[in-house]
Unconditional design. Sequence first.
Length: 219
Amino acid sequence: ELFAVAVAWSVFFLLWNTRRLEQNNALLLLGIAYFSVGFIDLVHTLSYKGMGIFVDDLAANHATQLWIAARGLEAVSLLLFALLLGRRIRTWPVFCAYTGITALLLASIFIWNLFPACYIEGVGLTGFKVGAEYVICLTLVLAMGLLFKKRELLDSAVARLMIAAMALTIAEELAFTLYTDVYGLMNLVGHLLKIVSVFLIYLALVRSSIVRPFETMFQ
């Protein structure tokens, strides 16, 4: 989980500090999105059942709600990235919008209790959680299709790695529809798939930009 947070924030810091060099403005939107996703993932990690920060009967539900919030925000951001590829965006309004959305998501879980329950101790996943995972998968399929159509606007290696990462994220989300115990096998499989998916994001956006900066950033 912390590896995923580190990669998400690395993407943000790299793209934010090179924003005046990049021709591809939509990539900066993705960087800002990963800053928010990484923050929610960090809270998800700290609130996980067994970490001792929340009462255990609340921790499993809170952690699962935060997971859905982070994955939903990530999926929508990847779709927006594919839609806006090749267009200009206004940096600060996008940053403020993501900051506001992140604050609202956290408040809906911890303060207002408005976020639907995702896990019930002794029962397992709720219908909302499973349905949300399928919606996230569908959003990622649409993002993959759009990114494939616009792949010439990205460095070819970056486009391939991004599409592969999204495909693994879909497999990861499907695994997370099958567990009943937060320490169960399918939960473990989902997290292992997440590690591989995040590693591909790292190769696509962090390593490529450092090792091959001109090809990646200017393309």
